[in-house]
Design a protein around this ligand. Structure first.
Ligand SMILES: NC(=O)c1ccc[n+]([C@@H]2O[C@H](COP(=O)([O-])OP(=O)(O)OC[C@H]3O[C@@H](n4cnc5c(N)ncnc54)[C@H](OP(=O)(O)O)[C@@H]3O)[C@@H](O)[C@H]2O)c1
Length: 342
């Protein structure tokens, strides 16, 4: 498949939600041809993609609610962004593979699927090899900030003793659907109960992140644990017009830890709460110890950019189910497109 710009490969969107709308706009900007768009939302089905993404003109791609459209249109790659749990999206992935399409997905549990869904991972890998296509799941988190980036940061360190990666994100700036899934502003007991029953999903992917780092560093963890807990507001708090009362839920702390022997070796934390102070901080303890800190990274835009930037890599990758660790993501010859010089 050609790596070039200007429509030398074709793309389908599976899901036309917030992420794939950003993706579609960037594909249009780069002149990459979109040949199909699939979604089950009745408000989107039957509409032209160009109108849905706010281009103010038709793109000639009508959103449909069936994936046979992939057989008709034969895209080189499907950009999949519908759900977080592999058992729920498995049919969507496998149908894309069986239509002969490469897949790049945002499904969090598919970023390192051998942890939660080893049987489904094997099935996808076998089918992808059979059909000669590649399947990758990625995104900002999991996929980049708390796994790929910490792995890269171990490069200038002789000996790594421990890795701690923390992301703090202002939940107040996120979409209402995100604020709902972390139970922002609810009574603490209600959030604890919701997390226990799975009614509140919180963040998905901390275990996948620690396992991606362990895999990249060639470490076999003795144990991986994961938990989520609400963060109680110590006083009434208001940020950007959103208020949380004292004693209610300010947000959620999600933690993943990989142990080697009895020692904690990799810890990732994602804190999504009402805050003005957004950052990522990665500490590689070792010889030498290295600390990296940012002032926060926009999640949706970051995810969409990763998906589009990695299209050539996924198209060139060997057939099968791969992870971010299998990619040579810095060798993208389309850098001119990324820095906007075309
Ligand atoms: N790894 C990462 O860093 C990362 C980053 C961002 C997002 N994500 C994940 O990526 C997924 C998509 O995110 P988003 O923000 O774009 O979500 P979204 O705005 O909810 O969009 C998802 C779209 O897919 C549709 N859909 C659901 N089931 C479908 C099916 N079986 N076939 C076709 N379409 C279907 C939904 O329709 P309905 O609304 O009718 O259900 C909706 O239009 C989420 O699971 C999110 O957690 C991961």
């Amino acid at each position: 498949v050609s790596r070039g710009i200007n429509g030398m490969f074709t793309v389908a969107l599976y899901g036309v939600g917030e992420i794939n709308k950003l993706v579609a706009r960037e594909l249009v900007r780069r002149g990459i041809e979109i040949v199909a768009a699939i979604d089950i939302d009745p408000n989107k089905v039957g509409k032209d993609l160009g109108q849905l993404i706010g281009l103010g003109k038709d793109l000639g791609v009508t959103v449909v609610d069936y994936d046979d459209v992939l057989l008709d249109t034969q895209p080189d790659i499907v950009i999949h962004a519908t759900g977080s749990f592999l058992d729920k999206v498995f049919d969507q992935i496998i149908n894309s593979v069986r239509a002969g399409c490469n897949v790049i997905s945002t499904c969090e549990t598919l970023t390192y699927p051998w942890y939660r869904y080893p049987v489904l991972a094997r099935l996808i890998d076998e089918e992808a090899v059979k059909y000669g296509v590649t399947v990758l799941s990625t995104g900002i988190n999991p996929g980049f900030l708390l796994d790929t980036l910490p792995s890269v940061l171990t490069l200038p360190v002789f000996e790594v003793k421990r890795i701690v990666a923390i992301r703090v994100s202002n939940a107040g700036k996120r979409r209402p659907s995100f604020r709902k899934k972390i139970g922002l502003g609810l009574p603490i007991e209600e959030v604890k109960e919701g997390l226990k029953k799975g009614e509140l999903t919180g963040h998905v992917g901390c275990a996948e992140s620690v396992l991606l780092i362990a895999d990249k560093l060639g470490i076999q963890p003795s144990k991986v644990i994961e938990f989520q807990e609400p963060i109680e507001a110590k006083e009434n708090i208001e940020v950007g017009g959103i208020k949380v009362g004292e004693g209610c839920n300010l947000g959620i702390r999600s933690v993943g830890i990989a142990y080697v022997g009895n020692e904690e070796f990799i810890r990732v934390e994602f804190i999504a709460k009402l805050t003005k102070d957004e950052y990522e901080e990665i500490v590689i303890e070792g010889n030498p110890t290295l600390k990296w800190r940012s002032e926060g990274t926009p999640g949706d835009e970051g995810t969409a950019a990763i998906l589009v930037n990695l299209l050539p890599e996924v198209l060139d990758a060997p057939a099968g189910l791969i992870t971010m660790n299998d990619l040579n993501y810095l060798a993208n010859t389309e850098v001119m497109v990324r820095i906007g010089k075309h």
